[in-house]
Design a protein around this ligand. Structure first.
Ligand SMILES: *[C@@H]1O[C@H](CO)[C@@H](O)[C@H](O)[C@H]1NC(C)=O
Ligand SMILES: CC(=O)N[C@H]1CO[C@H](CO)[C@@H](O)[C@@H]1O
Length: 505
């Protein structure tokens, strides 16, 4: 039969057509967004580092091993029925929509509450930019924004709630709470906490960050009580930017009546939780199962709060105690890209995240917030979400050079030094081992080694070391007048952005 088939010339064109058709259909199946199509590819980044020590002194330093996650996914391929359904809006997916019988069709910004957290010592520095951008009324109805601080303030139409106002006497008199008591003192002595180079300025009470952990439970409690009709409670901090249109589209995949707690995975003391600086979303279902059931959660976890350091962890711990698990599938720690614990210029851009939507950036400067807002405004979300590659094109690519002196050296995948070059094993795409092993000898040699490795997109050279990487991280250069130029040799970095253009989705 088979022999007959390929001997029959008339059948050959038919066979080719059939094959082409099958490949075409298969391609669409792979491309499709939705629970079965998307999770395996999306959930396995190289690394998720929350609050790396380089940029942050927080005690939360966790690295998620992609190997473990991948293994876990293979071990549990079945997706719970409650997992998000795909959304038909993205044109590329329109051919293969899966419909769910009971999921809400759309979510708009009237269905969500934005819980915005700040503090008296940073409010005047970080918050005003958000009033003109993140909180713009054409983005979200002001009635759906709740501003939480640790001192009551008003800016124009915006009132900031002192979320610590109802703190128990016991906590109020604790050592950690001292900055809260001192804020009133600063205020009454006509001092400003703005650091704006204007007479009368000061930094405000020292240790304002210590109050941070006390805010999380009262914020979520207050938001749920005061906006009981919301479907989702979205949390953001004053040094973050949330891409609200992207996030709303993401949340549409989940049933808000069920307990969902979504964000960037972090853990400490064995608790999984959503990292606060990356932003997170809690469904109404999750609120009712926890804060809704127990009006005394803040008091009940007073001792736990006193004993631990991070408010986002405390909230995650409490939610877990009430059966609300972190993550996009109930009951395990799977996560996807999107909520970013770092800034865009200190995050790796790689093939694995290139096509994923972005929901947030953390450690934002006011200028970043302004730029993200402009980018978002210019975006046609009907054509698809803003993805990592779109951020890259708008905010990373313009800074890249084929070679630049006095630029920081973040590349790390391979490091060839004079004292390890002899044994250095090049990746398989490198044809000349000599080119690879000579990389430490000069800037030119380092660049040549990078070019010789097919996956290399950035390199950096300092003294006798050459670092190369298959991912791009922008970092920052050292300006001409910077005193750091007096204390070291120049670092030289370079990128191969042409290769990035070939990254595919
Ligand atoms: C503090 O308590 C008052 C009175 O019960 C209440 O109206 C207010 O919303 C509470 N504040 C917070 C932040 O929960
Ligand atoms: C960010 C980074 O890795 N910086 C390093 C660049 O290279 C110099 C010299 O080797 C190091 O001192 C920096 O720590």
């Amino acid at each position: 039969m088979l022999r007959a088939f390929y001997r029959d010339n008339r059948m050959v064109p038919l066979g080719i057509m059939l094959l082409t058709f099958l490949v075409f259909v298969y391609h669409f199946e792979l491309d499709r967004q939705g629970p079965l199509g998307e999770i395996p590819a999306a959930a396995v980044p190289d690394k998720l580092v929350v609050d790396t020590p380089r940029t942050h002194s927080s005690p939360v330093v966790e690295i998620v091993d992609p190997v473990d996650d991948a293994a876990e996914q293979l071990a549990h391929p079945a997706i719970p029925s409650a997992v998000p359904s795909s959304k038909p809006k993205v044109p590329a997916n329109s051919g293969t929509t899966t419909h769910s019988l009971h999921l809400p069709k759309t979510i708009n910004s009237d269905d969500v509450v934005l819980m915005f957290k700040t503090g008296a010592t940073v409010l005047w520095k970080r918050v005003p930019i958000h009033l003109a951008t993140s909180l713009s009324p054409n983005r979200i109805n002001p009635n759906n924004v709740l501003l939480y601080s640790d001192y009551p303030e008003t800016i124009g139409d915006w009132d900031f709630i002192d979320v610590l106002a109802n703190t128990s006497d016991a906590v109020r008199h604790s050592e950690n709470f001292q900055p809260y008591r001192q804020q009133e003192d600063y205020e009454s002595r006509q001092n400003y906490a703005e650091i704006s180079n204007v007479p009368g300025d000061s930094a405000g009470p020292a240790g304002g960050w210590k109050l941070d952990k006390y805010k999380f439970l009262p914020i979520v409690q207050h938001a749920g009580r005061n906006r009981p009709d919301a479907k989702w409670y979205i949390f953001m901090e004053d040094d973050s930017y949330i891409f609200l249109p992207n996030l709303l589209r993401h949340l549409e995949r989940f049933d808000h009546r069920e307990p969902w707690y979504l964000g960037s995975l972090a853990w400490i003391h064995g608790d999984y939780f959503a990292h606060g600086g990356s932003g997170f979303a809690i469904s109404r279902g999750a609120w009712e199962q926890s804060f809704g059931k127990d009006p005394n959660i803040v008091e009940k976890y007073q001792t736990f709060t006193e004993a631990h350091g991070c408010g986002d962890h405390i909230l995650g711990h409490v939610l877990k105690e009430y059966g609300v698990q972190f993550g996009e599938t109930h009951g395990d720690n799977r996560f996807r890209y999107g909520f970013n614990p770092e800034s865009h210029w200190s995050t790796w851009f790689e093939q694995a995240n290139w096509c994923k939507p972005v929901y947030s950036w953390h450690h934002t400067h006011s200028k970043d917030v302004a730029r993200f807002y402009e980018l978002e405004k210019s975006w046609n979300f009907e054509q698809g979400p803003l993805r990592f590659q779109d951020i890259f094109k708008a905010m990373i690519a313009p800074y890249l050079h084929s070679r630049v002196v006095w630029w920081d050296n973040w590349s790390s995948k391979f490091e060839i030094r004079s004292n390890n070059a002899q044994d250095a094993k090049p990746p398989s795409s490198v044809k000349s081992t000599d080119t690879w092993r000579n990389a430490w000898q000069s800037v030119d040699a380092c660049e040549a080694a990078c070019v010789s490795w097919a996956d290399c997109v950035q390199w950096s050279f300092y003294e006798d070391r050459c670092k190369m990487d298959s991912m791009i991280l922008l970092g920052s250069g050292i300006p001409e007048s910077d005193s750091r130029r007096q204390t070291t040799l120049p670092w030289v970095s370079g990128w191969l952005p042409r290769r990035v253009e070939n990254w595919e989705c």
